[in-house]
Design a protein around this ligand. Structure first.
Ligand code: FES
Length: 365
């Protein structure tokens, strides 16, 4: 299935609208716990609420990155650039993370390309224990890091490290649609052995004259920053840019877009970490429904703090993207650690995974 497999804009818009409606329905089903319970009871393998998928194969991409090729029993479809929640059981505890989908929509299987993160419980478990024939649980695909209905005339796909995963899905989709005209793909990696999809990029650029692939290797060139970016992409100001990578790299190149920020679309791939000096230790969090009161330690976001205190909460990305952890703040002040934004109005919706307390709080939990 390809939702963008046509050049007719109205057809593509209709298909995209239908896909997003299906995804919204899937998310609604995921959030309905009683529905999930009954479907699981009646059909444990083919559950629609948990999109279970069998692992068909595991492919080494680099020394610390693997692609897991999955066959979901049902799949609502996705747009290139979207991500999906993945749930696995590690030591008897269900853990959930969101991973970008690296396969394009026309691919009969769903591919997740996962970097082994030092200390990362889910990525390490997947690399070590997830093999062909095993099952994982998937949530509904989601995310707005997607191309507009009509491909921009001049496009830059800019990735750092494993930020390449949503962009390779976009690139593969454009190749499938024969729409790789005036596309620059710039990938920054620590060294040549860290380049993701190296042979595929070489093949695509030899097949598609409209695709220019630029590799930036940290061990062979000055660090990629705004100045370097202008050197590598001289017509940057005219390109719609889709950027995904580690925070340091994204912050370093961001000044290059001063004056035409609207052309920059980005996706961050790091969990929010509150600054130690500003972590709100000692604030009391009152939970309105359970009537519990928890005192924060200052060692994490509100989601971390509540989990450490034994609360079991819904979450997905832990990066402020998916909204799974959203809850109403009845009173108090919180800071968004990604943006620095302060919420001090009653009944503001906040995302627990990217918020720290700035005063005592009451939450609708
Ligand atoms: S868990 Fe995704 S926004 Fe918080």
């Amino acid at each position: 299935m390809s939702t963008l497999a046509t050049n007719a804009p109205h057809v593509a818009r209709t298909a995209s609208f239908a896909l997003r409606t299906t995804q919204r329905l899937s998310r609604a089903l995921l959030l309905d716990r009683s529905f999930r319970f009954w479907v699981d009871e009646l059909a444990p393998v083919a559950s629609r609420a948990e999109l279970r998928a069998r692992v068909l194969s595991v492919v080494d991409v680099t020394h610390d990155v693997k692609t897991f090729v999955l066959a979901p029993r049902v799949w609502p479809g996705h747009l290139p650039g979207q991500w999906v929640p993945v749930e696995v059981e590690v030591g008897g505890i269900r853990l959930r993370r969101c991973y970008s989908i690296s396969s394009p929509p026309n691919d009969p299987h769903v591919e997740l390309t996962v970097k082994r993160i030092p200390g990362g419980r889910v990525s390490n478990w997947m690399h070590t224990h997830l093999h062909a024939g095993d099952f994982v649980r998937l949530g509904a695909p989601s995310g707005d890091f997607v191309l507009p209905e009509t491909k921009p005339t001049k496009l830059l796909l800019l990735s750092g490290g494993s930020g390449a995963t949503p962009l390779i899905a976009i690139l593969r989709d454009l190749a499938h649609r024969r729409a790789l005209e005036d596309v620059t793909y710039l990938h920054a990696a620590r060294s040549r052995r860290d380049v993701l999809f190296a042979s595929e990029l070489a093949r695509l650029s030899s097949l598609h004259p409209g695709l220019r692939v630029v590799l930036h290797l940290d061990d062979a060139s000055p660090r990629l920053d705004a100045t370097q970016l202008w050197v590598l992409v001289p017509d940057l100001a005219h390109r719609e840019t889709f950027l995904c990578g580690p925070t340091g790299m994204m912050d370093a190149v961001a000044p290059a877009f001063l004056g035409f920020e609207g052309r920059l679309h980005h996706e961050r791939f790091v969990a929010a970490k509150p600054a130690a000096a500003a972590s709100g230790a000692g604030a009391r969090i009152h939970l309105g429904r359970s009537k519990r009161t928890i005192t924060t330690t200052g060692r994490g976001t509100l989601l971390d703090e509540l989990e450490q205190a034994g609360e079991r909460l819904e979450y997905g990305c832990r990066m402020g993207i998916c909204n799974t952890c959203r809850c109403a703040k009845r009173s108090g002040v919180v800071e968004n650690v990604l943006t620095g934004a302060i919420s001090n109005e009653p009944d503001d919706d906040i995302r627990l995974c990217v918020s720290v307390a700035r005063s005592d709080l009451t939450l609708a939990l």
